[in-house]
Structures are given as structure tokens and as C-alpha cells.
Write a protein that binds this ligand. Structure first.
Ligand SMILES: NC(=O)c1ccc[n+]([C@@H]2O[C@H](COP(=O)([O-])OP(=O)(O)OC[C@H]3O[C@@H](n4cnc5c(N)ncnc54)[C@H](O)[C@@H]3O)[C@@H](O)[C@H]2O)c1
Length: 354
């Protein structure tokens, strides 16, 4: 019989309610408690969701009702929590990016492997139906030879977003648009069209004066399969429009806008194409104009998969090991922008990019 899987959340900021709502909507998952270094934030979230407040991370990790720890702290702080949770035998779901370097990511993966716990990542956009349809069509060869795989994220965040919390305005905390918001869409390209062979990127700040990080990047990816792609990421483009993922091959084109399949055309048209071309719901917000302007349905799929995989013993579908190549592309973009040259894979960490 399936057991109820308890979740503890670390970090009670913007994304925490998305985790808590996802657990609430899951079948077999139950939110147990929350820990934040800021007690008022934990208390507020606990009151809203009817869960416990822990006074320390260790208190959460000692709670036998907690089976999974969701890490929702700033980008540069994931590692210590992940390693502590694994050491206490808890499964872990970390927010993206997993960490700020490949070495830290590898350390976390190794710690979870050693402890025999599952280690997943909230790159929840992978679960969108349109992305799954594109992934399947690629596996079936429907695109023919892949030519282009592009991501466009033309979003807007006001100046106040970057000054609202210390870490949000700091490049070394992982708040630049490439590793923060853009991570999802680089991850989608890697998931669909990767691995990448070479990247080149130009980064700048065009809309947030005095904030010492890039809010705009234009990059080029050469994939190992011979395709090429453009990546445009920005938080400076008012009012912000839905992201676009565009895949073009010799035999087909697919374009996802937000979570909606905007274009789905193949030389070998099939009966199922009519349904696939209707995927999505144009009214579902996907983050273009504000950080909280987002649904939690994709997070729910990730949480549900963790619950099911603990109960069945099956592997989780988005382990951090499968997200590492996306982080590598992101880090290569920072290196390319810093040294003004293309960067080939594999790369070595270069912490001076921060
Ligand atoms: N998957 C998504 O779509 C998505 C969207 C937004 C943010 N995120 C990710 O979620 C994470 C958190 O982002 P956010 O926007 O919620 O940030 P936030 O600043 O709103 O919240 C972070 C919280 O962590 C707390 N905190 C800091 N250090 C801590 C520690 N050592 N232990 C416990 N709590 C600690 C802070 O007090 C704060 O309340 C980041 O990794 C971010 O990239 C993901």
C-alpha cells in the first residue's frame, strides 16, 4: 500500500507557496512544516497552509514525518541544505539552478547517491505537455534533421524586484537573468536538442541601472547534433511577453508560446496532430510580467513524480544529474561573455565569472 509522503520546505519566500500548493494538489503528498532563517516568513507561510514551523533545519531533518525536503533558498545557498538533508536520509527536491558551479552540483549528487536518496530539481517547464510532445516527435525523427532550437524569454521585472531582497541584486548569488529566470529555457533547449557543443554569449544591463548584474543576454548555441540556436533572455522588456521555444528541422516546425503549442507542422502529418496543436491554455500565466505571475501545475507534476517514485521505487524523471548539462551551458555563457569568445564543452568551473 502507498504511504503518505511528508514534505518539509526550506525557505519561505516567493516560490515556497508554489511548493506547498503543489504538495497540496498531489495525491499522496502532505506538507508537514517549513523552516526559514526569518521566523516571521515561516510563521506566515505556516499559518496560511496549516503546517508546522521548525526553529532550525536540524529540527526539520529530525522529524520522521518528513520524507522529502524541498530546497527553496537563494540560488547560492542550496548546497549545504541538500547535503544536510541527504545525510539524514531525506529525499531532496531543489530549486533551480541546482548550484552556482559544477563542482558544488557534483558534490550534492555524490552526497545523495551515497545516502541512497532521490535528488530532483524543479525545472518544471520540462513537464509541459507541449515540451513532451516536441520531445517525443524528436525521438520519432519527425523533425528530420534538426536545424534550429531557439529560446526567447522577453520578460519584465521592475527595479524594485532587484532591490526587494539582498540576494536578488547580486550576481554572485545567481540573480542574473541567465542563471536565474533564463535557466528554465536553456534547460528546455538542452533537454530537447542537447547536448550543446559550443556557446557564445553577450551580456549587458539595459534596464536596471545600478544593479550589478546582466538583465539581458543574447547567445548562440551550437548543438552536438549539428543544429544551431539563438537564446534571448531579458527582464528589461516591458510589459513582458510569453516565452517562445522554436524548433525547426528539415521536415517540421514546432513553436511553444508560454505553455501553448502555437505551431505544429510536419511533412508527415498524423491524425494525433490536431489534438497536439491544441495543447495549452493561453490564459495560464507563465511568469512574463512578474515573478509570482505563475501557475503551480508544473511544480505539482514534479512533486507527484517524487511521491510516486518513493512509493514504487521507480527513478524520478528529473534527477539533478540530468540538469547538470543545462548548468554547464549557463556557466559557459558567463565564461563566453566574460572572455569575449566562444566556449566549447566540456567546461571547467571558473568562479571568477561571479
Ligand atoms: N522554479 C521556478 O519557477 C522558480 C521561480 C522563482 C524562484 N525559484 C527559485 O527558488 C529559490 C528561492 O527563490 P525565491 O524567489 O523564493 O527567493 P526569496 O528570496 O523570495 O525566498 C528565499 C527564502 O529563503 C530564506 N533563506 C535564506 N537562507 C536560508 C537558509 N540558510 N535556511 C533557510 N531559509 C533561508 C530567506 O529568508 C527567504 O525567505 C531560488 O533558487 C530561485 O531560483 C524558482
Amino acid at each position: 500500500m502507498s504511504k503518505t509522503i511528508g514534505f518539509g520546505i526550506v525557505g519561505a519566500g516567493l516560490i515556497a507557496p508554489f511548493h506547498l500548493n503543489a504538495v497540496k494538489d498531489s495525491v499522496g503528498g502532505k506538507a508537514i512544516g517549513i523552516f526559514d532563517v526569518c521566523v516571521e516568513r515561516s510563521q506566515q507561510m505556516a499559518d496560511k497552509f496549516g503546517i508546522k514551523v521548525y526553529s532550525s533545519l536540524n529540527q526539520m531533518l529530525d522529524d520522521k514525518d518528513v520524507h522529502v525536503v524541498c530546497v527553496a533558498t537563494p540560488n547560492h545557498l542550496h548546497k549545504d541544505t541538500v547535503i544536510a538533508a541527504a545525510a539524514k536520509g531525506k529525499h531532496v527536491l531543489t530549486e533551480k539552478p541546482p548550484a552556482m558551479s559544477l563542482a558544488e552540483t557534483d558534490e550534492m549528487i555524490a552526497a545523495c547517491e551515497k545516502a541512497g536518496v532521490k535528488f530532483g530539481c524543479f525545472v518544471q517547464c520540462r513537464t509541459r505537455k507541449a515540451i513532451q510532445a516536441i520531445k517525443k516527435a524528436i525521438a520519432e525523427g519527425r523533425f528530420g534533421t534538426m536545424l534550429h532550437a531557439d529560446a526567447y524569454m522577453k520578460w519584465f521585472r521592475p527595479q524594485s524586484y532587484y532591490t526587494s531582497d539582498g540576494w536578488r541584486g547580486q550576481k554572485q548569488s545567481g540573480s542574473g537573468v541567465t542563471v536565474a529566470q533564463g535557466f528554465h529555457y536553456i534547460d528546455l533547449l538542452q533537454y530537447i536538442a542537447g547536448p550543446a557543443a559550443k556557446v557564445e554569449a553577450k551580456m549587458t544591463n539595459i534596464g536596471h541601472p545600478g544593479i550589478m548584474l546582466e538583465d539581458d543576454v543574447i547567445a548562440h548555441i551550437e548543438y552536438a547534433n549539428g543544429a544551431r540556436g539563438v537564446v534571448q533572455l531579458s527582464t528589461a522588456l516591458w510589459p513582458g511577453t510569453d516565452i517562445r521555444i522554436e524548433i525547426n528541422g528539415t521536415d517540421g516546425t514546432a513553436i511553444m508560446v508560454g505553455e501553448t503549442m502555437h505551431t505544429w507542422k510536419f511533412r508527415d502529418s498524423r491524425p494525433e496532430d490536431e489534438q497536439i496543436s491544441k495543447i495549452g491554455n493561453a490564459s495560464q500565466a507563465t511568469g512574463a510580467g512578474g515573478a509570482a505571475d505563475l501557475g503551480h501545475a508544473d511544480h505539482t507534476v514534479v512533486v507527484q513524480n517524487m511521491v510516486d517514485s518513493i512509493n514504487t521505487g521507480a527513478a524520478i524523471v528529473i534527477p539533478v544529474a540530468a540538469v547538470r548539462p543545462s548548468l554547464e551551458i549557463v556557466l559557459a555563457m558567463y565564461q563566453s561573455a566574460k572572455y569575449n569568445k566562444p566556449i566549447s564543452m566540456p567546461i571547467k568551473d571558473d568562479l571568477s565569472v561571479w
